[in-house]
Write a protein that binds this ligand. Structure first.
Ligand code: XIL
Length: 469
Protein backbone atom coordinates (compact mmCIF):
# COMPACT_ATOMS: atom_id res chain seq x y z
CA UNK A 1 0.00 0.00 0.00
CA UNK A 2 1.50 3.34 -0.92
CA UNK A 3 2.05 6.18 1.50
CA UNK A 4 -0.81 8.29 0.16
CA UNK A 5 -3.34 5.47 0.61
CA UNK A 6 -2.14 4.89 4.15
CA UNK A 7 -2.60 8.57 4.80
CA UNK A 8 -6.09 8.68 3.31
CA UNK A 9 -7.12 5.67 5.37
CA UNK A 10 -5.67 7.11 8.52
CA UNK A 11 -7.46 10.40 7.91
CA UNK A 12 -10.76 8.60 7.31
CA UNK A 13 -10.40 6.52 10.47
CA UNK A 14 -9.35 9.55 12.49
CA UNK A 15 -12.26 11.58 11.11
CA UNK A 16 -14.78 8.87 11.89
CA UNK A 17 -13.39 8.44 15.40
CA UNK A 18 -13.28 12.16 15.97
CA UNK A 19 -16.82 12.66 14.78
CA UNK A 20 -18.06 9.79 16.92
CA UNK A 21 -16.32 11.29 19.93
CA UNK A 22 -17.50 14.80 19.02
CA UNK A 23 -13.93 16.06 19.00
CA UNK A 24 -11.82 18.22 16.73
CA UNK A 25 -9.83 16.26 14.21
CA UNK A 26 -6.08 16.48 13.85
CA UNK A 27 -4.37 15.21 10.75
CA UNK A 28 -0.81 14.66 11.89
CA UNK A 29 0.75 11.87 13.97
CA UNK A 30 0.96 8.19 13.17
CA UNK A 31 0.49 8.03 9.40
CA UNK A 32 3.08 10.73 8.80
CA UNK A 33 5.50 9.90 11.64
CA UNK A 34 8.99 9.52 10.23
CA UNK A 35 11.29 6.67 11.14
CA UNK A 36 14.57 8.53 10.65
CA UNK A 37 15.78 11.76 12.19
CA UNK A 38 15.91 13.51 8.81
CA UNK A 39 12.45 12.39 7.70
CA UNK A 40 10.86 13.32 11.01
CA UNK A 41 12.59 16.70 11.08
CA UNK A 42 11.70 17.37 7.43
CA UNK A 43 8.03 16.62 8.12
CA UNK A 44 8.16 19.49 10.57
CA UNK A 45 10.03 21.79 8.17
CA UNK A 46 13.38 21.32 9.96
CA UNK A 47 16.72 19.76 9.13
CA UNK A 48 18.64 17.29 11.27
CA UNK A 49 22.40 17.47 10.89
CA UNK A 50 25.70 16.04 12.05
CA UNK A 51 29.26 17.32 12.27
CA UNK A 52 31.49 15.26 10.00
CA UNK A 53 35.20 14.60 10.37
CA UNK A 54 36.63 14.17 6.86
CA UNK A 55 38.48 10.92 7.55
CA UNK A 56 35.25 9.23 8.70
CA UNK A 57 33.80 9.44 5.19
CA UNK A 58 35.64 6.20 4.41
CA UNK A 59 34.05 4.34 7.36
CA UNK A 60 31.07 2.33 6.08
CA UNK A 61 29.15 2.06 9.33
CA UNK A 62 29.53 5.79 9.83
CA UNK A 63 28.50 6.78 6.30
CA UNK A 64 25.50 4.44 6.35
CA UNK A 65 24.14 6.17 9.46
CA UNK A 66 25.07 9.63 8.20
CA UNK A 67 23.15 9.22 4.96
CA UNK A 68 20.20 7.37 6.46
CA UNK A 69 19.55 9.75 9.36
CA UNK A 70 20.94 13.20 8.54
CA UNK A 71 20.03 15.74 5.85
CA UNK A 72 22.50 18.42 6.89
CA UNK A 73 26.24 18.27 7.50
CA UNK A 74 28.88 20.58 8.91
CA UNK A 75 32.64 20.13 8.83
CA UNK A 76 33.92 19.35 12.32
CA UNK A 77 37.28 20.95 11.44
CA UNK A 78 37.76 21.14 7.66
CA UNK A 79 36.38 24.66 7.08
CA UNK A 80 38.14 26.33 9.99
CA UNK A 81 40.80 28.98 9.43
CA UNK A 82 43.82 26.75 10.13
CA UNK A 83 42.50 24.19 7.61
CA UNK A 84 41.47 26.58 4.85
CA UNK A 85 44.29 29.15 4.95
CA UNK A 86 47.35 27.35 6.41
CA UNK A 87 49.63 30.01 4.96
CA UNK A 88 48.51 33.57 4.46
CA UNK A 89 46.81 33.95 1.09
CA UNK A 90 47.23 30.26 0.21
CA UNK A 91 43.91 28.52 0.52
CA UNK A 92 43.24 24.82 0.84
CA UNK A 93 39.68 23.66 0.27
CA UNK A 94 40.35 19.92 -0.05
CA UNK A 95 38.47 18.84 3.06
CA UNK A 96 35.64 21.33 2.67
CA UNK A 97 35.11 20.48 -0.98
CA UNK A 98 35.03 16.77 -0.16
CA UNK A 99 32.28 17.34 2.40
CA UNK A 100 30.26 19.55 0.04
CA UNK A 101 30.52 16.89 -2.68
CA UNK A 102 29.32 14.23 -0.24
CA UNK A 103 26.42 16.43 0.79
CA UNK A 104 25.39 17.24 -2.77
CA UNK A 105 25.50 13.57 -3.75
CA UNK A 106 23.28 12.65 -0.82
CA UNK A 107 20.70 15.44 -0.68
CA UNK A 108 22.20 17.07 2.42
CA UNK A 109 22.49 20.81 3.02
CA UNK A 110 25.73 22.21 4.42
CA UNK A 111 26.36 24.46 7.40
CA UNK A 112 29.63 26.36 7.13
CA UNK A 113 31.76 26.43 10.29
CA UNK A 114 33.46 28.80 11.06
CA UNK A 115 34.85 31.87 9.30
CA UNK A 116 36.30 33.70 12.32
CA UNK A 117 37.10 32.15 15.69
CA UNK A 118 39.73 32.87 18.31
CA UNK A 119 40.71 29.16 18.28
CA UNK A 120 42.12 26.98 15.49
CA UNK A 121 43.74 29.94 13.77
CA UNK A 122 46.80 29.29 11.62
CA UNK A 123 50.05 30.26 13.32
CA UNK A 124 50.60 33.22 11.03
CA UNK A 125 47.29 34.78 12.08
CA UNK A 126 47.88 34.13 15.78
CA UNK A 127 50.96 36.29 15.64
CA UNK A 128 49.31 39.18 13.79
CA UNK A 129 47.54 42.21 15.23
CA UNK A 130 46.04 45.58 14.41
CA UNK A 131 45.13 46.63 10.91
CA UNK A 132 47.22 43.90 9.29
CA UNK A 133 45.21 41.26 11.16
CA UNK A 134 41.92 43.05 10.44
CA UNK A 135 42.55 43.00 6.71
CA UNK A 136 43.73 39.36 6.84
CA UNK A 137 40.51 38.46 8.72
CA UNK A 138 38.30 40.19 6.18
CA UNK A 139 40.19 38.66 3.30
CA UNK A 140 39.72 35.25 4.88
CA UNK A 141 35.96 35.77 5.23
CA UNK A 142 35.68 37.01 1.64
CA UNK A 143 37.81 34.30 0.08
CA UNK A 144 36.29 31.34 1.90
CA UNK A 145 32.68 32.52 1.58
CA UNK A 146 33.30 33.20 -2.12
CA UNK A 147 34.82 29.78 -2.69
CA UNK A 148 31.77 28.04 -1.19
CA UNK A 149 29.26 30.55 -2.57
CA UNK A 150 25.88 29.03 -3.33
CA UNK A 151 26.71 25.77 -1.53
CA UNK A 152 26.20 26.79 2.09
CA UNK A 153 22.83 26.96 3.82
CA UNK A 154 24.17 28.89 6.80
CA UNK A 155 27.61 30.14 7.81
CA UNK A 156 28.88 30.52 11.34
CA UNK A 157 30.45 33.84 10.43
CA UNK A 158 31.73 34.44 13.95
CA UNK A 159 32.17 31.75 16.58
CA UNK A 160 32.53 32.20 20.36
CA UNK A 161 33.21 35.93 20.60
CA UNK A 162 31.64 36.43 24.04
CA UNK A 163 33.21 35.84 27.45
CA UNK A 164 31.97 33.24 29.91
CA UNK A 165 30.83 34.36 33.33
CA UNK A 166 28.83 37.35 34.44
CA UNK A 167 30.26 40.19 32.36
CA UNK A 168 28.09 39.76 29.27
CA UNK A 169 31.03 41.30 27.43
CA UNK A 170 33.13 40.33 24.46
CA UNK A 171 35.92 37.83 24.99
CA UNK A 172 39.43 39.21 24.70
CA UNK A 173 41.21 37.87 21.60
CA UNK A 174 43.47 39.02 18.82
CA UNK A 175 40.32 39.43 16.72
CA UNK A 176 38.60 41.59 19.35
CA UNK A 177 41.69 43.76 19.73
CA UNK A 178 41.38 44.83 16.08
CA UNK A 179 38.35 46.90 17.16
CA UNK A 180 34.85 46.21 18.48
CA UNK A 181 33.33 46.47 15.00
CA UNK A 182 35.12 43.31 13.77
CA UNK A 183 31.97 41.20 14.06
CA UNK A 184 29.76 43.46 11.99
CA UNK A 185 32.55 43.93 9.45
CA UNK A 186 32.77 40.14 9.12
CA UNK A 187 29.00 39.81 8.59
CA UNK A 188 29.01 42.49 5.91
CA UNK A 189 31.93 40.84 4.11
CA UNK A 190 30.23 37.45 4.27
CA UNK A 191 26.95 38.84 2.89
CA UNK A 192 28.77 40.49 0.00
CA UNK A 193 30.60 37.24 -0.80
CA UNK A 194 27.64 34.84 -0.58
CA UNK A 195 24.29 36.62 -0.51
CA UNK A 196 22.39 33.30 -0.55
CA UNK A 197 23.77 31.95 2.73
CA UNK A 198 22.18 32.62 6.07
CA UNK A 199 24.69 34.31 8.33
CA UNK A 200 24.87 33.14 11.94
CA UNK A 201 26.57 34.09 15.17
CA UNK A 202 27.42 30.88 17.10
CA UNK A 203 28.36 30.33 20.76
CA UNK A 204 28.23 27.99 23.78
CA UNK A 205 27.10 28.38 27.40
CA UNK A 206 24.05 30.09 25.97
CA UNK A 207 21.62 27.38 27.05
CA UNK A 208 19.27 29.62 28.99
CA UNK A 209 18.83 33.25 29.88
CA UNK A 210 22.17 34.21 31.44
CA UNK A 211 24.71 37.03 31.27
CA UNK A 212 26.50 35.60 28.26
CA UNK A 213 23.37 34.89 26.21
CA UNK A 214 22.04 38.34 27.15
CA UNK A 215 25.25 39.97 25.91
CA UNK A 216 24.78 38.20 22.60
CA UNK A 217 21.07 39.07 22.57
CA UNK A 218 21.93 42.75 22.93
CA UNK A 219 24.42 42.53 20.07
CA UNK A 220 21.89 40.86 17.77
CA UNK A 221 19.24 43.42 18.68
CA UNK A 222 21.69 46.20 17.89
CA UNK A 223 22.67 44.56 14.58
CA UNK A 224 19.04 44.19 13.53
CA UNK A 225 18.30 47.81 14.39
CA UNK A 226 21.26 49.06 12.35
CA UNK A 227 20.80 46.71 9.36
CA UNK A 228 23.93 44.65 9.97
CA UNK A 229 23.20 41.49 7.93
CA UNK A 230 22.63 38.76 10.52
CA UNK A 231 20.08 35.98 9.90
CA UNK A 232 20.56 33.44 12.63
CA UNK A 233 22.03 32.57 15.99
CA UNK A 234 23.56 29.17 16.68
CA UNK A 235 23.34 27.60 20.13
CA UNK A 236 26.11 25.02 20.38
CA UNK A 237 24.46 23.20 23.31
CA UNK A 238 27.33 21.09 24.58
CA UNK A 239 25.33 19.94 27.57
CA UNK A 240 25.81 18.24 30.90
CA UNK A 241 23.28 16.14 32.78
CA UNK A 242 20.44 18.66 32.93
CA UNK A 243 18.69 21.21 30.78
CA UNK A 244 17.98 24.72 31.96
CA UNK A 245 14.25 25.33 32.42
CA UNK A 246 14.46 28.50 30.33
CA UNK A 247 16.25 26.88 27.38
CA UNK A 248 13.22 27.30 25.10
CA UNK A 249 12.43 30.80 26.38
CA UNK A 250 15.96 31.82 25.50
CA UNK A 251 15.63 30.52 21.92
CA UNK A 252 12.30 32.30 21.64
CA UNK A 253 13.62 35.68 22.76
CA UNK A 254 16.24 35.55 20.01
CA UNK A 255 13.64 34.44 17.44
CA UNK A 256 11.53 37.41 18.50
CA UNK A 257 14.37 39.70 17.39
CA UNK A 258 13.74 38.50 13.82
CA UNK A 259 16.51 35.93 13.42
CA UNK A 260 16.36 32.16 12.95
CA UNK A 261 17.81 30.02 15.69
CA UNK A 262 19.57 26.69 15.26
CA UNK A 263 20.96 24.09 17.64
CA UNK A 264 24.41 23.75 16.14
CA UNK A 265 26.66 21.39 18.11
CA UNK A 266 24.40 19.32 20.34
CA UNK A 267 25.96 16.66 22.55
CA UNK A 268 24.95 15.61 26.05
CA UNK A 269 26.77 13.94 28.95
CA UNK A 270 25.75 10.30 29.20
CA UNK A 271 24.02 8.91 32.27
CA UNK A 272 20.46 8.43 33.40
CA UNK A 273 19.18 11.73 32.08
CA UNK A 274 20.79 11.82 28.63
CA UNK A 275 17.68 10.82 26.70
CA UNK A 276 15.58 13.40 28.55
CA UNK A 277 18.01 16.22 27.90
CA UNK A 278 18.18 15.37 24.21
CA UNK A 279 14.39 15.22 24.06
CA UNK A 280 14.07 18.53 25.92
CA UNK A 281 16.32 20.30 23.43
CA UNK A 282 14.41 18.78 20.51
CA UNK A 283 11.05 19.79 21.98
CA UNK A 284 12.30 23.33 22.56
CA UNK A 285 13.39 23.63 18.94
CA UNK A 286 10.07 22.22 17.70
CA UNK A 287 8.18 24.71 19.86
CA UNK A 288 10.02 27.72 18.42
CA UNK A 289 8.83 28.25 14.87
CA UNK A 290 12.07 29.98 13.86
CA UNK A 291 14.22 27.11 15.13
CA UNK A 292 15.15 25.72 11.72
CA UNK A 293 17.19 22.68 12.65
CA UNK A 294 19.36 20.67 15.01
CA UNK A 295 22.90 19.44 14.46
CA UNK A 296 24.62 16.89 16.71
CA UNK A 297 28.39 17.32 17.00
CA UNK A 298 29.26 13.96 15.46
CA UNK A 299 27.39 10.74 14.72
CA UNK A 300 28.43 7.94 17.14
CA UNK A 301 29.80 8.14 20.67
CA UNK A 302 33.24 7.14 19.42
CA UNK A 303 33.23 9.97 16.85
CA UNK A 304 32.68 12.62 19.53
CA UNK A 305 35.26 15.17 20.65
CA UNK A 306 33.89 14.55 24.18
CA UNK A 307 35.50 11.10 24.34
CA UNK A 308 34.26 9.10 27.30
CA UNK A 309 31.15 11.25 27.76
CA UNK A 310 29.37 9.00 25.21
CA UNK A 311 27.53 12.17 24.25
CA UNK A 312 25.78 11.28 20.99
CA UNK A 313 22.80 9.32 19.63
CA UNK A 314 24.47 6.17 18.26
CA UNK A 315 26.75 3.55 19.80
CA UNK A 316 30.04 2.86 18.06
CA UNK A 317 28.52 -0.31 16.63
CA UNK A 318 25.96 1.87 14.88
CA UNK A 319 23.11 0.84 17.21
CA UNK A 320 20.60 3.51 18.14
CA UNK A 321 20.70 4.62 21.77
CA UNK A 322 17.73 5.45 24.00
CA UNK A 323 18.56 9.10 23.32
CA UNK A 324 17.99 8.48 19.61
CA UNK A 325 14.49 7.20 20.24
CA UNK A 326 13.69 10.11 22.52
CA UNK A 327 14.80 12.61 19.86
CA UNK A 328 12.85 10.82 17.12
CA UNK A 329 9.72 10.78 19.27
CA UNK A 330 10.10 14.45 20.12
CA UNK A 331 10.44 15.31 16.42
CA UNK A 332 7.36 13.28 15.55
CA UNK A 333 5.36 14.83 18.37
CA UNK A 334 6.30 18.39 17.41
CA UNK A 335 3.68 20.75 16.04
CA UNK A 336 3.45 20.84 12.26
CA UNK A 337 4.61 24.41 11.92
CA UNK A 338 6.19 26.41 9.16
CA UNK A 339 9.65 27.83 9.74
CA UNK A 340 10.49 31.34 8.69
CA UNK A 341 11.27 31.98 5.03
CA UNK A 342 14.87 31.23 4.13
CA UNK A 343 15.56 34.68 2.75
CA UNK A 344 18.63 36.44 4.08
CA UNK A 345 18.25 39.73 5.87
CA UNK A 346 18.69 43.18 4.37
CA UNK A 347 21.86 43.84 2.43
CA UNK A 348 21.75 47.59 2.84
CA UNK A 349 22.29 49.37 6.11
CA UNK A 350 19.08 50.08 7.95
CA UNK A 351 18.11 53.14 9.96
CA UNK A 352 20.55 54.23 12.60
CA UNK A 353 17.98 54.52 15.36
CA UNK A 354 19.03 53.05 18.70
CA UNK A 355 17.76 49.57 19.61
CA UNK A 356 14.26 49.45 21.10
CA UNK A 357 14.19 49.47 24.86
CA UNK A 358 11.12 47.27 25.07
CA UNK A 359 11.18 43.74 23.68
CA UNK A 360 9.54 43.44 20.26
CA UNK A 361 6.10 41.84 20.15
CA UNK A 362 5.97 38.09 20.50
CA UNK A 363 5.03 36.37 17.26
CA UNK A 364 1.62 34.72 17.47
CA UNK A 365 1.65 30.93 17.84
CA UNK A 366 1.87 29.28 14.43
CA UNK A 367 -1.20 27.56 13.10
CA UNK A 368 -1.41 24.50 10.92
CA UNK A 369 -2.52 25.63 7.46
CA UNK A 370 -5.94 24.22 6.54
CA UNK A 371 -5.75 21.47 3.94
CA UNK A 372 -6.40 22.90 0.49
CA UNK A 373 -7.80 21.06 -2.51
CA UNK A 374 -6.14 17.91 -3.77
CA UNK A 375 -2.75 18.51 -5.35
CA UNK A 376 -0.58 21.23 -3.91
CA UNK A 377 -0.09 24.97 -3.84
CA UNK A 378 3.13 26.96 -3.91
CA UNK A 379 4.00 30.48 -2.84
CA UNK A 380 7.22 32.38 -3.23
CA UNK A 381 8.97 35.08 -1.27
CA UNK A 382 11.74 36.99 -2.94
CA UNK A 383 14.83 38.73 -1.65
CA UNK A 384 16.31 40.79 -4.48
CA UNK A 385 19.32 42.96 -4.97
CA UNK A 386 20.77 44.60 -8.07
CA UNK A 387 21.64 41.77 -10.41
CA UNK A 388 20.38 38.86 -8.34
CA UNK A 389 17.79 37.32 -6.06
CA UNK A 390 17.02 34.47 -3.71
CA UNK A 391 13.56 32.89 -3.96
CA UNK A 392 12.12 30.90 -1.06
CA UNK A 393 9.25 28.67 -2.08
CA UNK A 394 6.70 27.03 0.19
CA UNK A 395 4.89 23.97 -1.09
CA UNK A 396 1.66 23.11 0.75
CA UNK A 397 0.06 19.71 0.20
CA UNK A 398 -3.65 19.58 -0.62
CA UNK A 399 -6.18 17.33 1.06
CA UNK A 400 -4.78 14.09 -0.39
CA UNK A 401 -1.19 14.69 0.68
CA UNK A 402 1.65 14.16 -1.78
CA UNK A 403 4.05 11.39 -2.73
CA UNK A 404 6.07 13.92 -4.67
CA UNK A 405 5.69 17.41 -6.10
CA UNK A 406 6.81 19.61 -8.97
CA UNK A 407 6.90 23.40 -9.00
CA UNK A 408 7.23 25.36 -12.25
CA UNK A 409 8.38 28.93 -12.41
CA UNK A 410 8.78 31.11 -15.49
CA UNK A 411 11.65 33.53 -15.10
CA UNK A 412 11.78 36.94 -16.76
CA UNK A 413 14.10 37.24 -19.77
CA UNK A 414 17.76 37.48 -18.79
CA UNK A 415 17.26 35.76 -15.43
CA UNK A 416 18.75 32.38 -14.66
CA UNK A 417 18.90 29.98 -11.73
CA UNK A 418 22.43 29.45 -10.41
CA UNK A 419 21.82 27.35 -7.30
CA UNK A 420 18.98 25.34 -5.76
CA UNK A 421 18.52 23.79 -2.33
CA UNK A 422 16.05 21.19 -1.04
CA UNK A 423 14.81 20.56 -4.61
CA UNK A 424 16.21 19.47 -7.98
CA UNK A 425 15.99 21.99 -10.82
CA UNK A 426 15.52 21.16 -14.51
CA UNK A 427 16.65 23.99 -16.71
CA UNK A 428 17.94 27.34 -15.57
CA UNK A 429 16.24 29.91 -17.81
CA UNK A 430 12.70 30.43 -19.07
CA UNK A 431 10.39 27.88 -17.44
CA UNK A 432 12.31 26.04 -14.74
CA UNK A 433 10.90 22.96 -13.04
CA UNK A 434 11.77 22.06 -9.44
CA UNK A 435 11.13 18.52 -8.19
CA UNK A 436 11.17 17.41 -4.55
CA UNK A 437 14.29 15.68 -3.20
CA UNK A 438 14.02 12.31 -1.45
CA UNK A 439 13.28 13.66 2.01
CA UNK A 440 10.62 16.29 1.30
CA UNK A 441 8.33 14.75 -1.31
CA UNK A 442 5.93 12.95 1.00
CA UNK A 443 3.67 15.45 2.69
CA UNK A 444 0.53 14.86 4.69
CA UNK A 445 -2.51 17.04 3.96
CA UNK A 446 -1.70 20.65 4.78
CA UNK A 447 1.97 19.99 5.45
CA UNK A 448 4.57 22.35 4.08
CA UNK A 449 7.94 21.76 2.44
CA UNK A 450 10.31 24.59 1.64
CA UNK A 451 12.96 24.88 -1.00
CA UNK A 452 14.87 27.75 -2.47
CA UNK A 453 16.90 28.90 -5.37
CA UNK A 454 19.28 31.69 -6.18
CA UNK A 455 19.38 33.47 -9.50
CA UNK A 456 21.07 36.19 -11.48
CA UNK A 457 19.04 38.93 -13.13
CA UNK A 458 15.61 39.80 -11.83
CA UNK A 459 13.12 37.40 -10.29
CA UNK A 460 10.39 40.03 -10.14
CA UNK A 461 6.84 38.78 -10.55
CA UNK A 462 7.54 35.05 -10.70
CA UNK A 463 4.49 32.92 -9.89
CA UNK A 464 5.00 29.27 -8.97
CA UNK A 465 2.55 26.53 -9.97
CA UNK A 466 2.51 23.24 -8.13
CA UNK A 467 1.54 19.72 -9.21
CA UNK A 468 1.50 16.72 -6.89
CA UNK A 469 1.95 13.02 -7.54
C1 XIL B 1 36.10 20.81 18.08
C2 XIL B 1 36.28 19.56 17.25
O1 XIL B 1 35.21 18.69 17.50
C3 XIL B 1 37.58 18.88 17.56
O2 XIL B 1 37.83 17.83 16.65
C4 XIL B 1 38.72 19.90 17.51
O3 XIL B 1 39.90 19.27 17.94
C5 XIL B 1 38.43 21.11 18.35
O4 XIL B 1 37.19 21.68 17.95
N1 XIL B 1 32.99 24.55 19.67
C6 XIL B 1 33.11 24.64 18.31
C7 XIL B 1 33.67 23.50 17.54
O5 XIL B 1 32.63 25.61 17.72
O6 XIL B 1 34.36 23.93 16.40
C8 XIL B 1 34.57 22.65 18.37
O7 XIL B 1 34.95 21.50 17.61
C9 XIL B 1 33.87 22.26 19.66
C10 XIL B 1 33.51 23.46 20.46
Amino acid sequence: MNHKRVLRLAVTVAATGALAAGMTMTLTSTASAGTTLKASAAEKGRYFGAAVAGQKLSDNTYVTILNREFNSVVAENDMKWDATEPQQGRFNYTGGDRLVAHAQANGQSVRGHALLWYQQQPGWAQSMSGSALRSAMMNHVTQVATHFKGKIYAWDVVNEAFADGNSGARRDSNLQRTGNDWIEAAFRAARAADPGAKLCYNDYNTDGINAKSTGIYNMVRDFKSRGVPIDCVGFQSHLGTSLSSDYQANLQRFADLGVDVQITELDVMSGGNQANVFAGVTRACMNVSRCTGITTWGVRDCDSWRGSDNALLFECSGNKKAAYTSVLNALNAGPAITPSPTTPGPTTPGPTTPPPTTPPPTTPPPTTPPPGPEGCTASVSLNSWTGGFVASVKVTAGSAGTNGWNVSVTLPGGASVTNTWSATASGSTGTVRFANVNYNGQLAAGQVAEFGFQGTGSGAGITPTCTAS
